[in-house]
Design a protein around this ligand. Structure first.
Ligand SMILES: NC(=O)c1ccc[n+]([C@@H]2O[C@H](COP(=O)([O-])OP(=O)(O)OC[C@H]3O[C@@H](n4cnc5c(N)ncnc54)[C@H](OP(=O)(O)O)[C@@H]3O)[C@@H](O)[C@H]2O)c1
Length: 226
């Protein structure tokens, strides 16, 4: 499948590498494709120049990555996601499955980051993206685990869940397929329409608190039923 990544940080690189390994044709999209940008140090991960050398993947503009993808991942910072998706171009995204992995975390006051009221009290980033791009089939997924766990759920020995939410059942099937076939997820909980993104983004304070106190990013939650 042709896959576009909007964003070139650690999540784009980790998902992109795993999807290339699974046989997909992946293009990472950033704002400006220059030698300096490709060589620029990026938080907690490789330069894109190294990523290209290691994976054989391609890097292009956000608009080119969106146009390339049959499925497109939003892997930008949550506070700038709508802006980034506008650069990717509504026309390049229309009708496509957009996997929204982003969390609207505000780091402006240091650690821990918080969910800003305008993107969390009566809404969520997933819902705001769906509103801003009505022709796009938004599926919130993968945002509740660290990048390494997204593509390797077996790193956690105990039972644990991946959550998905979105308005389009067929789009959710596409994401379910990627999660199970390409990454090995076995427990996927469908939280219904895109309103379920609210619950998924609200898991972040719990995840961050546990990570900060426990020091282990290889963690996730599991819904236990009686
Ligand atoms: N780290 C994890 O394990 C993890 C887990 C779950 C969810 N998430 C979420 O995944 C998302 C990606 O995280 P990340 O750490 O990989 O990447 P990131 O560093 O948060 O952001 C990556 C991209 O955001 C783009 N960007 C920054 N400012 C922009 C702006 N004003 N307009 C348009 N684009 C802009 C950058 O484009 P340029 O390359 O052009 O600068 C960059 O490629 C975040 O929302 C994060 O909360 C992360």
């Amino acid at each position: 499948m042709k896959i576009g990544m909007i964003g070139g940080g650690s999540v784009a690189q980790t998902l992109g590498a795993a999807l290339l390994k699974a046989g997909h044709d992946v293009v990472i999209g950033i704002r400006k494709v220059t030698d300096d940008e490709l060589a620029k140090p990026r938080n907690f991960t490789n330069t894109l120049k190294d990523w290209i050398a290691q994976t054989g993947g391609r890097v292009a503009t956000m608009a080119e990555a969106a146009a390339h993808g049959e499925v497109v991942f939003n892997v930008t910072g949550g506070l700038v996601s709508v802006e980034a998706l506008k650069l990717a171009g509504a026309q390049n995204l229309a009708g496509k499955v957009l996997v929204d992995v982003a969390n609207p975390l505000d780091f402006s006051q240091g650690m821990p980051p918080f969910l800003p009221a305008e993107l969390s009290v009566h809404t969520s980033l997933g819902e705001e993206i769906q509103k801003a791009f009505p022709a796009v089939r938004v599926v919130k997924a993968f945002n509740t685990v660290g990048a390494a766990v997204m593509v390797n759920p077996a790193a956690i020995r105990e039972a644990h869940d991946l959550f998905i939410a979105g308005n389009d059942a067929a789009a959710k099937d596409v994401v379910r397929g990627i999660a199970t076939r390409d990454f090995g997820w076995t427990s996927i909980r469908d939280l219904g329409d895109i309103g379920g993104a609210r619950a998924m983004e609200h898991l972040l304070p719990l995840w961050l608190r546990q990570w900060t106190l426990g020091g282990n990013p290889t963690i996730n939650v599991h819904i236990a039923e009686g």
